[in-house]
Write a protein that binds this ligand. Structure first.
Ligand code: AHM
Ligand code: MG
Length: 337
């Protein structure tokens, strides 16, 4: 079977829809190339001395793993010279990285979680890279953190790469979702799924159950009803999956449906959630919506949230439409015990 490459896909999208500027195409190709390099490092594991932690902690106070840093550097190095970007922001950097003066500046802004699922790095479980692309609005010279604070609905592109049994790149340019698998023999990304669609209904939920006692009443109620199975109000049995790598959990949902939640919990009551709006929730919400699913914080659409800070956190409920709507309904009604 003849499969089309990522390059061909991007060129054909441009021809058919006329909405992918050359700089954006270059950006996606450069990010995909960087992911390939990260995949090689992930693959080497202990042989490449890439496992374990560094001495540093990041802006959110989390220990930085060696691979977090390697992936961050690979993405910056690959992207700073091409002339397509004005600046980058990363989960692993305190502030934005402006493209140095020696290179031309483009109009795009790239945000990424270089290595998502850090706790799984050392145990050989799927991890990934998540990225989001915004356009710098306004023609003011220079670039600042303010330029990044745009709601997710303004993303020009978003994607993730899963480093799992296969290395898969999932991409949206606002016109559906396509998945590409890395052919290790030729080094090409080949289209393996176009028009991904998340089923509206599901019997599978994804949440870290060890936090159950800390959740707010609507989330308690939703999960209790799922656990009650066939004998409960839902009248059907549910299955549970939790990889603890958002990329892997979202990828499963994209493949066969499901609902993923990382809700607010009382362990850190002042934080709206664990996951980051700009590096994790927004790109995943864009992909999930483009595949026909829904993504909210339990009350409002993730993509409508106007960020006030780069490293802002948010509660996340995403996946199969009817289940996300049910969780939203329980929040709206103040449902509890
Ligand atoms: P990370 O970007 O530091 O890896 O953190 C985000 C990850 C998500 O991939 C995953 O859904 C979640 O954290 C897992 O959290 P927990 O360890 O509470 O299960
Ligand atoms: Mg992450």
């Amino acid at each position: 079977m003849k499969r089309i490459s990522l390059t061909q896909f991007l060129v054909e999208q441009q021809r058919e829809h006329g909405r992918i500027p050359g700089e954006l195409r270059l950006l996606v190709e450069v990010v995909a190339r960087a992911c390939k390099r990260i995949a090689i490092a992930v693959n080497k594991g202990a042989l490449g001395d890439v496992l374990g932690s560094t001495e540093q902690s990041n802006v959110q106070g989390e220990v930085v793993k060696k691979l977090d840093l390697i992936a961050n550097e690979v993405l910056i190095e690959a992207n700073e010279w091409g002339g397509h970007l004005a600046a980058m922001a990363s989960e692993e950097m305190d502030s934005i990285h402006v493209v140095p003066n020696r290179y031309p500046q483009g109009e795009y802004l790239l945000l990424f979680d270089p290595l998502d699922g850090s706790s799984n790095i050392d145990v050989n479980v799927s991890i990934g890279t998540i990225f989001s692309v915004l356009r710098k609005v306004g023609h003011a010279r220079g670039v600042s953190e303010e330029d990044f604070l745009q709601p997710g609905r303004q993303q020009a592109a978003a994607g993730y790469c899963v480093y799992g049994p296969q290395t898969t790149l999932v991409l949206t340019l606002g016109n559906g979702v396509a998945a590409f698998t890395l052919d290790r023999e030729t080094g090409s990304w080949l289209l393996t799924q176009g028009g991904a669609a998340i089923p509206e209904d599901t019997r599978e939920f994804s949440i870290n159950m060890s936090n159950q006692r800390h959740w707010a009443p609507p989330v308690q109620r939703y999960i209790a009803e799922c656990l009650a199975g066939r004998d409960g109000p839902r009248g059907k049995d549910f299955n549970m999956r939790w990889v603890a790598s958002m990329v892997a959990d979202v990828h499963r949902i994209l493949s066969r449906g499901g609902i993923f939640m990382y809700p607010w919990d009382a362990r850190e009551p002042d934080k709206p959630g664990k996951l980051r709006l700009m590096y994790e929730a927004n790109p995943m919400a864009f992909i999930v919506e483009q595949a026909g699913g829904m993504a909210t914080d339990g009350r409002q659409r993730i993509l409508d949230i106007v960020p006030t800070r780069l490293h802002q956190r948010v509660a996340v409920v995403l996946g199969s439409r009817n289940e996300v709507q049910r969780v939203n309904g329980l929040h709206r009604d103040g449902a509890g015990g």
